[in-house]
Design a protein around this ligand. Structure first.
Ligand code: GDG
Length: 483
């Protein structure tokens, strides 16, 4: 029977080793949830890294680990610490990640890490080749694995391969600075279908293909001598029902059932019923504009001092890639900014910023979404930004205002939010003012439209659209070949 093979850097399960016993716990991330409809039962397999290096896995536990993963339809790619260093912390996160988010000055072009990236991509390709039959469908995810499509294609010319990029694809002028730009494009062109979050990323990619490889591009098809490849946009949605159901359940909780965080939020609401909560949730990443947001918050309070003691900014910054120097520096910068602003502005009864540097359980995420009057997300560049969508999905009474950066892919589908340029403090301060004072009817009418769209284009639809498009493309490709 033909199966679907999904490949991503990390598996959708987390391994926990304790006292020689292994448990594999499913992850709750967006991708894992989104792929549920594709990754189901015995006709699909997920290949990826387990999160533990070879050095961390005792040899005698390998069979147990393999069988624990197999129970979740997963199979692991083994990586050494050195490989993770060069491939993940190196080329993926010090070269591609900054470059594709337009942080050219942060991009390091090191031959060693490129070589490791290639070798590790080959490992992923080999793991696929070991498990795949010609009639299977392969879906490869994200910027860590851009060479895998061609590596698989070289061995299996007829197999069906889809690739989806979760981060922006930059404009040609940025992409061309990469020393290995042609190799990366050629790697991706091993696919039958290449998907992006937005039409802009798709156009940027096609422009690079045309200019760097001189290939024939017609609308969104790329013609090679013997194959035709489709490039398209598939804006990723969320598991809408999961978020709205959680919020509904949350609103019916008794005092005893509430979390400690919720009780604390309630206490503050009660002591100042007119005060507004601003919320931001991001991985602690320089692309998310956290430091700028803090400066903009200070600017807002200078411009509109009447809101001192009347607003509170809740920042949830999730630790991320803390081995990479830029992330360490950013952590220090954010810590200092929060300390300085709170130090300068706090009063006996008011701390302007609540800063959490940790990952929270899903339940607390819902506490924050449902308790915040304004979600304020200001990425400098973001492939999509699912937090914006999740906030809207939890607003069961349809109140709440979303202030969102134009530089997030999700801004394309969320026109009813207040869109801002994250570099324009004047506009940001005015949008915060507008959000605080937005009449409830207006909030409801904006959110009604947003919710309808998010409910319809949920993550399951995203995954199915991609898979259907891949099937259609394969048929088109076969006709092209037999012409
Ligand atoms: C990449 C691209 C693109 C966050 N904190 C906690 C937590 N989260 C969850 C959120 C959301 C996810 O993490 C974050 O997704 P984003 O889309 O906002 O951002 P990235 O992590 O940068 O994701 C991005 C995405 O891929 C998908 O293609 O949108 O542009 O950069 O789902 O809810 N979840 C829990 N605790 C937390 O503390 N449980």
């Amino acid at each position: 029977m033909a199966k679907t093979i999904i490949i991503s850097n990390r598996l959708p399960v987390q391994l926990q080793i304790s006292n020689g016993d292994i448990t594999a716990v499913p992850s709750v991330g967006g991708l894992a949830t989104g792929m549920k409809s594709v990754h189901s039962g015995g006709d699909s397999l997920w290949i990826g890294w387990s999160g533990l290096t070879d050095e961390e896995i005792p040899e005698e536990l390998v069979p147990k680990i393999d069988s624990a993963l197999a129970e979740h339809g997963s199979s692991k790619v083994n990586l050494t610490e050195k490989e993770v260093d060069g491939f993940y912390y190196g080329f993926s996160n010090r070269t591609i990640w900054p470059l594709f988010h337009y942080f050219l000055e942060y991009s390091e072009f090191e031959l060693d890490s490129w070589e490791t990236y290639k070798a590790v991509n080959q490992k992923f390709a080999d793991a696929i080749l070991e498990k795949a039959n010609n009639e299977d469908t392969i879906w490869i995810h994200d910027y860590q694995l851009m060479l895998v499509p061609q590596m698989v294609r070289a061995e299996r010319p007829d197999i069906s391969i889809g690739f989806f990029l979760h981060i922006p694809f930059p404009s040609y002028e940025i992409f061309r600075t990469l020393p290995w730009r042609r190799e990366v494009l050629q790697g991706l062109l091993g696919s039958d279908l290449i998907g992006f979050h937005t039409y802009d990323y798709e156009r940027h990619f096609l422009s690079s293909v045309r200019r760097l490889l001189g290939l024939e591009v017609s609308f969104n098809d790329i013609y090679l001598d013997d194959r035709v490849i489709k490039v398209d946009s598939f804006p990723m949605g969320i598991d809408y029902k999961k978020f709205s159901d959680a919020a509904k359940e949350h609103s019916q909780r008794t005092e005893d059932q509430k979390s400690e965080l919720q009780k604390r939020l309630d206490t503050h609401k009660k002591s100042a019923p007119d005060a507004k909560f601003f919320l931001s949730i991001d991985r602690l990443d320089y692309t998310k504009g956290i430091a700028k947001r803090l400066n903009a918050f200070e600017y807002f309070l200078k411009k509109y001092p009447q809101y001192k003691e009347k607003v509170r900014l809740i920042i949830l910054a999730v630790p991320s890639r803390s081995n990479v120097p830029q992330y360490k520096l950013l952590k220090r910068e954010v810590d200092e900014l929060v300390g300085r602003i709170n130090g300068e502005l706090s009063t006996v009864s008011w701390t302007p910023i609540w800063y959490f540097y940790r990952s929270m359980p899903f339940e607390n995420l819902i506490d924050l979404y449902t308790s915040s009057d304004i979600a304020w997300l200001t990425p400098i560049r973001d492939g999509m930004n699912l937090v914006a969508k999740e906030y809207i999905a939890t607003r069961t009474d349809k109140t709440g205002v979303l202030i969102l950066s134009e530089m997030a892919g999700s801004a394309n589908e969320m026109n009813e939010s207040l869109l801002i340029n994250p570099n324009n403090f004047e506009q940001i301060a005015d949008s915060l003012y507008e959000a605080i004072n937005m009449p409830e009817e207006e909030q409801v009418s904006r959110n009604t439209l947003l919710q309808k769209r998010l409910e319809r284009y949920n993550v399951e639809k995203w995954a199915n659209d991609f898979m259907n498009s891949l099937v259609n493309q394969k048929e088109k490709d076969q006709t092209y070949r037999s012409r």
